[in-house]
Design a binder for this molecule. Structure first.
Ligand SMILES: C[S@@+](CC[C@H](N)C(=O)[O-])C[C@H]1O[C@@H](n2cnc3c(N)ncnc32)[C@H](O)[C@@H]1O
Length: 220
């Protein structure tokens, strides 16, 4: 998916992926990670997710990364906050107490940019990317995160022959082949979400399974 695709989606208001409420899986499963309050938490491809506000409410410092300036500006406007904006290299960084959102290409971020993040939260980030970009995404995540870290990952799995992404189907077998060398992968939740996907129903899917995983980085 090229940058233009997403910028176009944001400018046309085609943001069906955005949830107006905090994600239930985040509320339920985040405590399993046992990340100490005060830690920095990376939220790649963050959009204007309300989940960032929830993480801040739990005492974390959120570090978001998002391509679309419209998304980042909406995030702060909708919360009635005035971010402090600075230019750092190719990024425009929006900061407010408890949060900084790096507006630019996630793949261009460096570990030095974002500081030491103890954990990451991925909802609709990995699955937003086509197959050729997903492995790059994992490599970039590994380059950004320290050796001791964990993450909460929410994926979808469905018959990709019947429906094109995004969101793309990312089966457990893919995760295992790409991530199990460096991460311990534990499934902690999931459900069939087909009923809430008009596109999936129209395409004749039989199920659209959401999976929730806790990932723990294995030290080498
Ligand atoms: C499917 S949306 C999910 C947004 C958010 N995680 C949520 O749960 O609402 C994917 C987001 O990734 C952003 N994005 C896509 N490619 C990106 C990139 N290379 N760098 C930063 N953000 C990107 C898009 O603009 C879009 O907001």
């Amino acid at each position: 998916m090229q940058a233009d695709f997403w910028l176009q989606r944001w400018s046309a208001g085609q943001i069906g992926f955005h949830q107006s409420q905090v994600n239930q899986d985040l509320r339920q499963s985040w405590p399993l990670l046992q990340v100490a309050p005060g830690a920095r938490v990376l939220v790649p491809l963050c959009g204007k997710s309300q989940d960032m506000g929830w993480l801040m409410g739990q005492g974390y410092h959120v570090v978001g990364a998002e391509l679309s300036e419209a998304a980042v500006e909406s995030y702060f406007t909708e919360r009635g906050e005035q971010p402090h904006i600075t230019l750092q290299g190719d990024f425009k960084v929006y900061a407010a107490p408890g949060i900084e959102i790096w507006c630019g290409d996630f793949f261009a971020l460096t570990a030095r940019d974002i500081g030491r993040c103890a954990a990451f939260y991925d909802r609709a980030a990995l699955i937003a990317l086509p197959a050729d970009m997903r492995e790059r995404y994992v490599q970039q995540l590994e380059a950004l995160m320290p050796q001791a870290c964990s993450g909460l990952l929410i994926t979808l799995e469905y018959d990709q022959n019947l429906l094109e992404g995004p969101p793309f189907s990312v089966p457990y077998t893919w995760l295992q082949s790409v991530m199990s060398g460096s991460w311990k992968i534990k499934k902690v939740g999931g459900q069939d979400t087909l009923h809430s996907s008009p596109k999936g129903l129209k395409a004749g899917l039989e199920r659209m399974d959401e999976h929730v995983y806790v990932l723990e980085r294995q030290s080498r």
